[in-house]
Design a protein around this ligand. Structure first.
Ligand code: NI
Length: 223
């Protein structure tokens, strides 16, 4: 199915016969692949106030991305972005600092976002590019250490939820009157703080900037 639609996309790109334009009152629903690629930096792990000289890194993850948009005018829509939960490996910034491996644990997050998008072409076109800006709320849950770190006495990992801005660039390429292919690159400001416990001593990482780029390839339907 995906191959079929991709070949339709190639045909429409080659011939440019299919055009698309939105109208006030249109709804668009999209689903496909969304990748969260952190551009992270973190402060060092503090244990009982002592700086361990080690920070954290966060790996990429890809999930089912879903979004729903409503056109307030012919050129402006409001879009809610959702996805199945992203689970990221969290690693130490240096090799095996505690003798428990390179991975500290993993975190799962949901980053729902509400954006306002501006379609600057407006009129019928074989491609409809847009820019958007809005707000993101990221919920962290199921934060856990690896078994080796648990065995070393680490527990109670918890990350604060994050509230921040999000911006994106995207485009729609029509397959026919109803269906289109959508691509977007989004940036989200996601900042958090982690706390944990090591054999009764409390630890924290005060500043974790995840700030991911989020890439989506979706199939959309207008109704
Ligand atoms: Ni940030």
């Amino acid at each position: 199915m995906k191959k079929f639609k991709l070949s339709l996309l190639v045909v429409s790109l080659m011939f440019g016969t299919q055009t698309i334009a939105y109208e006030k009152g249109d709804w668009v629903v999209r689903a496909g692949l969304t990748s969260v690629v952190p551009d992270e930096s973190s402060s060092n792990i503090l244990l009982g106030g002592q700086d361990l000289g080690v920070g954290l890194t966060v790996d990429n993850n890809t999930q089912l991305g879903i979004n729903l948009a409503y056109f307030l005018t012919d050129k402006i829509n409001v879009e809610l972005l959702a996805a199945t939960p992203f689970t990221h490996d969290v690693n130490f910034s240096v090799t095996d600092p505690l003798g428990t491996g390179n991975q500290l644990g993993e975190v799962t997050q949901l980053p729902p976002s509400l954006l306002v998008n501006y379609y600057f072409l407006g009129a019928d076109s074989p491609v409809q590019p847009y820019v958007g800006i809005g707000l993101n709320y990221t919920l962290f849950f199921d934060d856990s250490f690896t078994d080796a770190n648990k065995a070393a006495g680490l527990n109670d990992l918890s990350l604060d939820n994050s509230f921040g801005v999000s911006a994106q660039l995207g485009f729609d390429v029509p397959i026919n009157d109803k269906w289109h292919i959508n691509g977007s690159v989004r940036w989200i400001d996601i900042d958090t703080e982690a706390s944990f416990n090591l054999n009764g001593t409390s630890g924290r990482v005060a500043d974790i900037e995840i700030d991911p780029f989020v890439y989506s390839i979706l199939i959309g339907y207008t109704f």
